[in-house]
Design a binder for this molecule. Structure first.
Ligand SMILES: [Zn+2]
Length: 391
């Protein structure tokens, strides 16, 4: 049998299986058990957070012949037909590939006909913000006078692009980024079911890189498994995400705190040469600085919020750094990150960042010869950046 992507195989089939959206799923289930179904819903939130999955589950649940507590049964005639994508009363439209007025006019013409088999005709319009103005106007007309047997579920990753006139005619649900812990739990559940072993740190790396999206997490896991499908190793996870290992990042920051610019430059250049992505490196450094800030201010909060142990050498090196300097460093990195977006010269920006960070680390200390040397490095790199911008 052809390999099926994990996110397809593990797509939730009922509300209980949806990860990290308790408030949304509970409210939807309540509306079904109390028979308060709206004519139009708007599911807004980042990609991969379960919007289309919930739309399909909702479409099943309101048409299910044996629904319990607002959940679809997944074995009645209607549920099975929807799961097999052959119930014509459930219409899925991807506005991203299909933003014509004609499609929406077609809905307007057909919406008045009752469903053929199900109780409700359900239109799921994905990426609804991609519709053209003409199409939005046509949709608005339908939403103004919706027939009783029709339910619209509009999903979007960019709510700010959806006209207010549409939003006001829908019941809105906000899908949140899924926490790294919830993602990790689901990954472990899947791997256990599949009898695949894993490094704990590999799971942490994948959950973090997924940035709140389950679909991304599963797609990274798929790629890691393509390296070897009997074990999920930290090494392979880092390779796929482009992250640096915690130890190297801690080593890098320790060198910065100790004003050892040469050592820091060597570390970051090696990581970059080994295939780490500049963006992920920067993210990793910001996370580590945030952890140090927390550690300085509220060590207990750190254990609640973070998933990694701080390196002992790093903590020692950080004792000479004030919280204000850590804030300054984070600001500095954010700036570099913005510049990096428009540049093909990632390595140079990483070097500039390194020298600037080392300078920020010493602001509190008296100016030494080393500082003058660093200043010279900064000026040299700044000239290089200016030259590159002119190209
Ligand atoms: Zn059913």
């Amino acid at each position: 049998m052809a390999y099926q992507a994990l996110y397809r195989v593990w797509r939730p089939q009922n509300f209980q299986q949806v990860v990290g959206q308790k408030i949304v799923t509970q409210t939807l289930k309540n509306s079904i058990t109390t028979d308060q179904i709206s004519h139009a819903y708007l599911f807004a939130g980042p990609r991969g957070t379960g919007k289309t999955s919930c739309a399909k589950i909702f479409a099943k649940a309101i048409n299910c012949l044996d629904s319990q507590d607002g959940e679809p049964c997944n074995h009645c005639e209607n549920c099975v037909a929807i799961n097999e994508n052959r119930l014509t009363d459930i219409i899925e439209i991807d506005a991203a590939s299909n933003n014509g007025v004609d499609e929406i006019r077609d809905i307007r013409d057909k919406v008045k006909y009752p469903p053929t088999q199900a109780k409700y005709k359900v239109y799921i319009i994905d990426e609804v913000h991609m519709l053209s103005t003409g199409a939005f106007n046509a949709l608005l007309k339908t939403l103004e006078e919706p027939p009783a047997h029709v339910v619209f579920i509009l999903a979007t990753t960019e709510i700010q692009k959806v006209p207010a006139t549409i939003i006001s005619r829908t019941q809105r649900f906000n899908f949140r980024r899924i926490s790294a812990d919830d993602i990790a739990e689901q990954l472990i559940h899947i791997l256990t079911e599949k009898n695949i072993s894993y490094d704990d740190q590999a799971i942490a790396v994948i959950s973090r890189a997924a940035d709140g999206g389950m679909r991304d997490a599963l797609s990274i896991l798929d790629q890691v498994l393509s390296f070897g499908n009997d074990h999920v190793s930290l090494e392979n996870a880092l390779e796929v995400t482009g992250d640096a290992d915690d130890q190297s990042l801690a080593h890098y920051l320790s060198a910065i705190f100790n004003q050892n610019v040469t050592e820091a430059l060597q570390t970051i250049n090696t990581l970059f040469a080994d295939g780490c992505s500049a963006n992920r490196l920067i993210e990793g450094i910001i996370e580590l600085l945030r952890d140090l800030l927390l550690q300085k201010n509220d060590a207990q909060l750190l254990t609640q919020m973070s998933y990694r142990q701080l390196d002992a050498d790093l903590i020692t090196a950080a004792t000479q750094i004030q919280s204000a300097q850590l804030y300054q460093m984070i600001d500095l990195i954010n700036e570099i990150q913005l510049q990096l977006k428009n540049s093909a010269h990632s390595e140079l920006f990483l070097e500039v960042m390194t020298v600037k960070l080392a300078n920020a680390a010493k602001t509190a200390a008296p100016v030494s010869e080393g500082a003058a040397a660093n200043q010279a490095e900064v000026e040299k790199l700044q000239t290089q950046v200016a030259e590159l911008k002119q190209q």
